[in-house]
Design a binder for this molecule. Structure first.
Ligand code: MN
Length: 257
């Protein structure tokens, strides 16, 4: 039996299953807010073109208006100034092979329950590797925080008087993953791949700066990471082929035993 036939058979039999790592995308989707001097990404709006009415008696369709970085989405290297001059750095030019890769899931949900500003340190990665083996080149590192259980947008964005509070990566961890482990990128359950307070870090938003500067990607607003094993799942995350796109809403799927 060929590998692909076996894959389909195992999916049909349920011995392999597909887990949807994607949040619903619509007007209720929470969007990141930046300090007021910066441009803002709007929320999702949908305008009906026709709905079985005079404008289209037999068909229903909408116009969608949204930022590239809305809901569960993909960050391309061209998103950041550190990655703006790299080759094949936009949604339409990234080689499609890089949209499929194995997942390494690092579970820090217990730490995040105690500390909303938790940062993943290199020591956490090394402890994970002692148990599960070295993170392979071209794999996704998915940070399981259970943050996606915050279904109320206010609690999900968690903005205080001093800005947002949510977990992320220490700069040295992003450097380890991007440069030494050569990952495809990192995926998170929060609204962006940097910690909530990362605008105050040096450099600001160090995960974006480091990952995209090294040609790596990001996945934000993931869910269902608690359904994945630490290793062994395959992630499929293909952004829309937006010409010169800096990112794209994406349906992220994982195949797992
Ligand atoms: Mn983004």
């Amino acid at each position: 039996m060929s590998l692909l036939t076996q894959l389909v058979d195992e999916l049909n039999a349920g011995s392999l299953r597909i887990v949807d790592l994607t949040q619903p995308l619509g007007p209720d989707t929470p969007v990141i807010g930046l300090p007021p001097m910066f441009g803002q990404s709007p929320g999702v709006t949908m305008e009906v073109i026709s709905h079985f009415d005079d404008k289209g008696p037999g068909w229903y369709w909408n116009v969608l208006h949204l930022g590239e970085h809305t809901g569960t989405h993909f960050d391309a290297p061209v998103h950041w100034i550190s990655g703006k001059d790299l080759p094949n750095n936009s949604c339409d030019t990234i080689p499609v092979q890089r949209f499929v890769g194995p997942a390494c899931v690092i579970d820090v949900s217990a730490e995040v329950a105690k500390n909303e500003d938790f940062l993943l340190m290199p020591a956490h990665v090394e402890a994970w590797e002692k148990k599960h083996g070295r993170i392979p080149k071209n794999s996704w590192v998915l940070l399981r925080t259970d943050w996606s259980r915050r279904t109320d947008p206010k609690s999900f964005l968690n903005v205080g008087a001093d800005g947002p509070h949510s977990p992320g990566f220490h700069k040295s961890t992003s450097e380890l993953l991007a440069r030494d482990r050569e990952v495809l990128g990192v995926g998170v359950e929060t609204v962006g791949t940097d910690a909530g307070q990362a605008g105050t870090f040096d450099p600001p938003f160090p995960n974006h700066a480091t990952m995209h500067g090294a040609g790596r990607f990001g996945l934000a607003s993931l869910k269902n990471l608690d359904q994945l094993p630490a290793t062994g799942a395959i992630v499929i995350a293909a952004p829309l082929k937006i010409v010169n796109g800096s990112g794209s809403p994406v349906r992220v799927l994982a195949i797992t035993a």
